[in-house]
Design a binder for this molecule. Structure first.
Ligand SMILES: NC(=O)c1ccc[n+]([C@@H]2O[C@H](COP(=O)([O-])OP(=O)(O)OC[C@H]3O[C@@H](n4cnc5c(N)ncnc54)[C@H](OP(=O)(O)O)[C@@H]3O)[C@@H](O)[C@H]2O)c1
Length: 221
């Protein structure tokens, strides 16, 4: 399976607060969704907003999988549109939370238990579960914690990053990746595949992860 992450950030690498991309960037996100069989979103992003992961013109194709990940299982099931409108999302959670969450969610979502890996849920196993449902391309839609763990666990192939012509400097704002230690030694190397400037000053960049921090799924199941 090919896994890409998509984000828009300031020149200083912040992905919060709020919506920082242009309408063109929003369109790019919506179109990119349509080129991917599934999306995966971190619980933090859902709790902070009302993401529905729609395509262009509000499209919610039946066959496209929308998935969420939450170790705690604390999700605003009653308050978010993703649980009320469109195809039923998948929720990946810890084995210890799965039964409770499935009861709470009822018909609003399907719950799938994941094993743990280094204090986080295993994303290689999540990818396996999605592949069993025919997913060949997965889009990671944030946020910073999910992006970090995904790179740490070696599942990310490409990064689709829009650099907005903005700076913040707020050390309290989240950066593209938030984790406890460097991913590489001290950096994880990327290869720039393409970079397109837009008329409004955004840069649409595509990077490949040169050498993934691999973790075999067989080691975890
Ligand atoms: N600029 C952009 O492109 C962009 C894109 C997306 C999001 N954002 C912003 O990013 C912010 C949210 O980022 P965030 O880092 O706080 O949250 P996040 O990455 O969206 O979610 C983190 C939470 O997701 C769950 N999670 C993710 N991966 C997991 C794993 N492998 N194992 C276990 N649990 C996992 C955990 O949920 P539990 O706590 O429930 O256990 C964790 O606390 C929001 O402000 C949002 O607007 C910006």
């Amino acid at each position: 399976m090919k896994v890409s992450l998509i984000a828009v950030m300031t020149l200083c690498g912040r992905i919060t607060p709020g919506i920082m991309g242009s309408r063109e960037d929003r369109r790019f996100l919506e179109e990119t969704r349509m080129n991917h069989d599934a999306s995966l979103l971190g619980a933090g992003t859902l709790r902070g907003g009302d993401a529905e992961m729609r395509g262009p013109d509000g499209a919610l194709p039946k066959e496209r999988i929308r998935s969420l990940i939450s170790a705690s299982g604390k999700l605003p099931l009653d308050e978010r549109k993703i649980f009320q409108i469109g195809p039923r999302p998948l929720i990946f959670t810890a084995a210890s939370r799965a039964d409770d969450l499935a009861r709470q969610a009822g018909k609003r979502a399907e719950v799938i238990a994941l094993p743990e890996q280094d204090g986080a849920l295993s994303l290689p196993v999540a990818c396996e579960k999605l592949a069993e449902r025919g997913v060949e391309n997965l889009l990671l839609e944030g946020g910073a914690h999910l992006y970090y763990v995904a790179l740490q666990q070696g599942v990310v192939d490409e990064l689709l990053v829009t650099v907005a012509p903005k700076v913040s400097g707020d050390r309290h704002a989240l950066s593209l990746l938030e984790g406890d230690q460097p991913l590489g030694d001290p950096f994880l190397d990327l290869q720039l595949l393409s970079c397109r400037p837009s008329i409004n000053g955004e840069l649409f960049c595509r990077y490949k992860v040169k050498k993934k921090l691999t973790q075999s799924v067989d080691d975890q199941v």
